[in-house]
Design a protein around this ligand. Sequence first.
Ligand code: APR
Ligand code: PHB
Length: 396
Amino acid sequence: MHATVGIIGAGPAGLLLARLLHQAGIDSVVLEARDRAYVEQRQRAGILEQITVDALRASGAGERMDREGIVHHGIELRFDGRSHRVDFPALADGRNVMVYAQTEMVKDLIALQLAEGGPLLFEAEARGVSQDGDRVTVHYDRDGREQTLTCDWVVGCDGFHGVAKDAIPEDLRRDYERTYPYSWLGILADAPPVYDELIYAHSDRGFALASMRSATVSRLYLQVPNGTDPADWPDEKIWDELDRRFALAEDPAWKLTRGPITAKSVLPMRSHVTEPMRHGRVLLAGDAAHIVPPTGAKGLNLAAADVIVLARAFARYRQTGSTDLLDTYSKTCLERVWRAEHFSYFMTTTLHVAPEQSPFDTRLQLSQLARVAASRHAAAELAENYVGVRLDGPLG
Ligand code: APR
Ligand code: PHB
């Protein structure tokens, strides 16, 4: 089988890229190791920057997002027993974010790609990528036998544990890594959110985040030690701890609405960047190239930004034969990646209480949060990073 662009991975990056290429008249084949049901049920974040919203619309898969997504105009910070709202439009040139679960975005992209796109092969696990001049070959297993996909280009959208990054020779590849001394216990609950916007809470017991999936489903997280077993957290213990961490001195009666917890998982916190994001005719996009702690809600949006830039580059190459945008792809994306890495690091280290953290460090965190609450400039810096720095030029 041959494709102009071979895509490894059917997560948001791979699926969105396949759709944007389809819209540009460029054929692709997507190879996904897991089955459709697994890919569609993986719980991930749910905050879309405007560029991601625009890209999903440009891909042709934005209709349900426009119908079911919830536009959010700010977030709330809670710290030191008080609350402060960060007003996005007022601080970030009128921009907002959209709450729409990654699971739903993936379902929409898969359905459309299967209906009118190029081949999307599930249970097709890539084992390696080899390059020979202008031909790139993906070696993969499917239906119990080894198969090959020859391509003009291969894009590794295969996440942190993918194989595409191995196509970058070790002597040319640089990996940057930070791990955090805590994790998140994340839950889904059939409980209507009692809040209109996301609440990020700093407390002496640790971080907590109140998000949502709909008017009837809450998505909540609390900081736990690395290695925590979700089984050690029965429902009532979770709800009690969340209420403690969101406690408000000005409103002691404030409590979350409780309901059956339908999903419970522990996710580690880490930052990672692989440079460069290209070697020859193999390019990396999304989590295959970079990981951010979820505190800044950047993972999905960085993946979208990569494939928007890449789809433009492939379209330019198809129209003009120029590889100029392909040649600058890695540099263009890494500028945005490192901005998002820093913002995610800032949000994570400002809001979480590390084990054995000194009282001095805690006072520094509270001083930074008080600064955001008191200074328009500090609040604007957070708002601009949260809604996302702009990608210049039209999509596609
Ligand atoms: N062959 C084929 N598919 C593979 C292989 C392989 N060898 N290795 C991994 N995959 C698939 C995974 O099964 C997964 O479906 O690649 C996909 C990678 O998807 P994601 O990990 O979701 O990465 P990405 O598409 O970049 O999206 C980033 O997803 O993980 C979240 O927080 C992250 O929100 C961010 C978004
Ligand atoms: C989520 O809704 O899952 C979510 C929202 C914001 C974050 C992280 C996760 O910063």
